[in-house]
Design a binder for this molecule. Structure first.
Ligand code: HEC
Ligand code: HEC
Length: 183
């Protein structure tokens, strides 16, 4: 079939509309670019090893199960007979062999992030029924000042740190919070 100009113009128009429609559909499901850098930090092993959905913490970049049969316990601070604080001090000790920071313990199960994609994690993070009733501003303060969060950038030993520097993480947080926390 030989297409004349009008036919071709109509075809181009049709494809443009279909293209635009599928782009719009994609946008509905796409995650916010402002959350992406935060996602990369939150899913780093230094954060995720405590934000588990399991009954135990994890260790190392390979995120193996915590040694010594350490368990979550009823209060997220271990079994009554083997609390996190039996080993974890207020700071890293023995040249970083035992990491430490004040109030060391697992994040509650409602704050477990394993297996979530960026959009899901963003929604859970903002869900006040799961995040300790924190507003966006509270989340900003927690993630820029909390000692367990800050430990992620001074983890001791030869542990790796999250992909953004701590100041860059705070900047990215600020941008996300200022934009209303888009997911
Ligand atoms: C040693 C364990 C530990 C590490 C490491 C840790 N967290 Fe947490 N995190 C906790 C605990 C415990 C809470 C609950 C504290 C509370 O509600 O007062 C928490 C709560 C949070 C919350 C608020 C609750 C929520 O789900 O919105 C955020 C945000 C958070 N952590 C971010 C981080 C980030 C980012 C890192 C890594 C840079 C990190 N955490 C590393 C233990 C940890
Ligand atoms: C018997 C001592 C002991 C107890 C009890 C203990 N830990 Fe640990 N933990 C360690 C040691 C030692 C390491 C370092 C292991 C390594 O780097 O290979 C460690 C590492 C970790 C790490 C990994 C840090 C990282 O990102 O690689 C997390 C998270 C952790 N512990 C959480 C906990 C939590 C939460 C509890 C209580 C529920 C707890 N630990 C109880 C000794 C202990």
């Amino acid at each position: 079939m030989k297409l004349n100009f009008a036919h071709r113009a109509r075809l181009v128009l049709a494809f443009t509309i279909i293209g635009a429609a599928s782009l719009t559909t994609q946008n509905v499901h796409a995650q916010s670019p402002l959350f992406q850098p935060l996602y990369e930090v939150l899913t780093h092993p230094r954060c995720m090893n405590c934000h588990t959905i399991t009954d135990f913490p994890r260790q190392g970049d390979e995120r193996r199960r915590h040694a010594q049969l350490v368990v979550r316990g009823a209060d997220n601070h271990g079994a009554p007979t083997l609390q996190c604080s039996a080993c974890h001090q207020d700071e890293n000790v023995i040249d970083g062999a035992v990491p430490g920071a004040p109030h060391w313990g697992l994040a509650p199960l409602s704050m477990g992030w394993e297996g979530l994609n960026a959009r899901e994690l963003c929604l859970v993070l903002k869900d006040t029924s799961k995040n300790g009733n924190r507003s966006l501003q509270d989340l900003f303060l927690h993630m820029s000042e909390d000692e367990l969060v800050l430990w992620g950038w001074t983890p001791g030993g030869n542990r790796t740190t999250p992909p953004l520097s701590q100041p860059d993480f705070v900047k990215a947080l600020q941008a996300w919070v200022s934009a209303g926390g888009p997911c």
